[in-house]
Design a protein around this ligand. Structure first.
Ligand code: ATR
Length: 273
């Protein structure tokens, strides 16, 4: 019987997940479809129960449902548990297992530049959902020292509480920028307006520092533009986006995802706007 995969969210129309996953399903000759479902917040419970009754094989979860989906799951992997958020659900023998592939997806992209070591000092800007996923992946899979800086300082403090990592203010992050070998921008500033204030300025960044922004559209945020101007090695959010989807596909099917195919499809969609 044909299998069904989907992505649920609100809004969902502009999600590029369906084109990426459809291409992978076709490339691997799998008898399955991947479709987007727009769910109104008040309909979340019946929608998710309906998905279970219909026997979907797996699904992605995006904003604003990454946390509210938790009570409907039978088990969580360690990243999802640590983040309290899920972006991928796998149906296994009638049980729903929740994963969070955002953090490891980000890390795979970062490590395509170079291996992260214990001598790395990593600065994460922002303390929202994406930051949390990246923080936990760095903590679980690397020996780097991590510092979190956020506009609302208390949120950064809460994130690092009980860990060996630390929180600082955005002003401190800016003045201490030379201490860091890797800077990860996870705030939503720069997502829409070209001239929106940067979370921190990068005048003093050391040439060769890796500066990564999790935004991939626009391909070069004002933050990455400034980083590049001061000699940083830059990476946008495209590798993270592709890798988090690739890991989801691999969890569902056990087949290695063709990341080049996925990247090209996303670039084509973005270029064709
Ligand atoms: P996501 O799930 O994408 O990480 P989020 O959970 O809404 O999104 O978090 C957004 C992050 O961007 C937060 O860290 C937010 O800072 P606050 O905690 O102080 O709200 C940060 N942010 C948004 N706009 C910002 C701006 N203009 N300057 C600095 N930080 C900003």
């Amino acid at each position: 019987m044909k299998e069904l995969y989907c992505v649920i969210g609100n809004p969902i129309a502009h999600s590029l997940s369906p084109v990426m996953h459809t291409a992978l399903l076709e490339q691997n000759h799998l008898n399955a479809s991947y479709v987007p479902f727009l769910i109104e917040k008040q309909n979340f419970k019946p929608a998710i129960e309906g998905m279970k009754a219909l026997g979907v094989s797996g699904f992605n979860v995006t904003s604003p449902f990454k946390e509210v989906v938790l009570p409907f799951l039978d088990a969580l992997d360690s990243e999802a548990k640590a983040c309290g958020a899920v972006n991928t659900v796998v149906a296994r023998n009638g049980r729903w297992i929740g994963y969070n592939t955002d953090g490891v997806g980000f890390l795979q992209g970062l490590e395509s530049i170079r291996k992260i070591t214990e001598t790395d000092q990593i600065l994460i800007l922002g303390a929202g959902g994406a930051s949390k996923a990246i923080f936990h992946a760095l903590m679980h899979h690397t020996n780097a020292k991590v510092t979190v800086a956020n506009r609302t300082f208390e949120k950064a403090v809460k994130m690092v509480a009980g860990t060996a990592h630390r929180a600082i203010s955005l002003a401190e992050a800016e003045s201490q920028i030379t201490d860091f070998t890797i800077v990860i921008q996870t705030t939503s500033s720069g997502l829409t307006k070209e001239n929106e204030a940067l979370p921190i300025r990068l005048h003093d960044v050391t040439a060769g520092t890796i500066v990564s922004d999790i935004i991939y559209n626009p391909a070069e945020t004002p933050f990455l533009k400034e980083a590049k101007a001061y000699g940083a090695v830059t990476q946008n959010g495209l590798p993270m986006f592709v890798n988090q989807a690739a890991i989801a596909f691999e969890l569902w099917t056990g087949i290695e995802a063709d990341r080049d195919l996925m990247r090209n499809i996303v670039l084509k969609q973005l270029g064709g706007k």
